[in-house]
Design a protein around this ligand. Structure first.
Ligand SMILES: Cc1ncc(C[n+]2csc(CCOP(=O)(O)OP(=O)(O)O)c2C)c(N)n1
Ligand SMILES: [Mg+2]
Length: 340
């Protein structure tokens, strides 16, 4: 049990349940034909990242990969605005122009989600350098998948963070797959944290089926990063479903999936709460129902919300002060104008 005890586990259970239910509703939104684009990456099976997020301070920052919905929920994002973004609506986090894979919000410390594998990793080194130079006690955390651990940029970033003693944590969500390639067909050493140790980082491996362990280890790694020793957390879990919404995982067999899905931090936390008599099945069911209502409302909110107007096409696309591409703007406006 972690130092926050059973109350903390109950809180983490609720966060994880919110993530799972949010993802289930995103799936529903897709089936109803209401999502913008067809690429949706569910983080079901990865809910224990709530333990890392909980160990962060409110003012810390982070970047995510393409499978980042759960991280945003765990960091306090508003499910209505997230669902609206996924549906391509104007009141979404990025005015409906980013979609599922590109949610960003400085208010949440979210420096951006990135669909380029490994793309969000170097950003936290810049954030860490800025914190150090300004004398701030913040940490910046990069969340990414096991597939990104084969990208060269990770090693450049880890080396620089270690060399300059930056307040940075690299969090690798090892869900065993990069699209259809299992980790042991992509990495000679699947103990990914050992690579970080070789770079001089505080590298740890945690079990993504046990949110308490993830939280406890994350607190230690984050504390030490805050004091100038960057860290690496390798969280082992299992991607319960396909890579994206349309992938039925033909490259893995049912027996493997059944076994992999037993690594379920949500159900494990629930069992522990009942066993320790912190809660009972009826109370947890009613918490689940409340969460379901919240997420159902988010779906209805997103469906009712309005899409961004044509006049916002170039807003937030170019940095302030950059020359706007006049001819292209006129060209697109005329095409869209004709189409209407
Ligand atoms: C640089 C780059 N190469 C390839 C792709 C295509 N691609 C998208 S997701 C993905 C797999 C990523 O696997 P992982 O990092 O383990 O994340 P997961 O999908 O498992 O969450 C790939 C290869 C990409 N988006 N960017
Ligand atoms: Mg993966």
């Amino acid at each position: 049990m972690t130092k926050g005890g059973n109350r903390l586990l109950l809180d983490l259970y609720r966060t994880m349940r919110r993530i799972r239910t949010f993802e289930e509703r995103v799936n529903e939104l897709f089936v109803r034909g209401q999502t913008a684009g067809s690429m949706l990456h569910m983080s079901i099976g990865e809910e224990a990242i709530s333990g890392v997020c909980r160990a962060m301070e409110q003012s810390d920052s982070f970047t995510t990969h393409h499978r980042g919905h759960g991280i945003f929920i765990a960091r306090g994002a508003d499910p209505n605005r997230m669902m609206s973004e996924i549906a391509g609506k104007a009141d979404g986090y990025c005015s409906g122009k980013g979609g599922s894979m590109h949610i960003a919000d400085m208010g949440l410390g979210a420096l951006g989600a990135n669909a380029i594998v490994g793309g969000g990793i170097p950003h936290v080194v810049g954030a860490g350098l800025s914190y150090r130079n300004r004398g701030l006690k913040n940490v910046s955390v990069a969340f990414f998948g096991d597939g990104a651990s084969q990208q060269g940029i990770l090693y450049e970033a880890m080396n620089m963070a270690a060399l300059w003693k930056l307040p940075v944590v690299f969090c690798c969500i090892n869900n065993q797959y990069g699209m259809g390639t299992r980790i042991d067909r992509a990495a000679a050493n699947t103990n990914l944290h050992e690579r970080a140790i070789a770079c001089g980082l505080n590298g740890v491996a945690v079990d993504g089926g046990d949110v308490e362990e993830v939280h406890e280890m994350s607190e230690r790694v984050l504390d030490s990063a805050r004091n100038g020793r960057p860290g690496f957390i390798a969280m082992t879990c299992y991607r319960h479903f396909g890579h994206a919404r349309l992938d039925k995982s033909p490259y893995r067999d049912e027996a493997e999936e059944l076994e992999g899905r037993k690594r379920d931090a949500v159900l494990n936390a629930r069992a522990k709460l009942i066993e320790r008599q912190t809660s009972d099945a009826a109370s947890l069911d009613s918490m689940d129902d409340e969460v379901a209502k919240e997420m159902n409302a988010a779906v209805e909110h997103a469906i009712a919300a309005v899409p961004p107007g044509q006049d916002s096409m170039f807003r937030d696309v170019f940095a302030m002060g950059e020359p706007q591409p006049r001819p292209l703007r006129q060209h697109l406006s005329s095409i869209l104008g004709e189409a209407r």
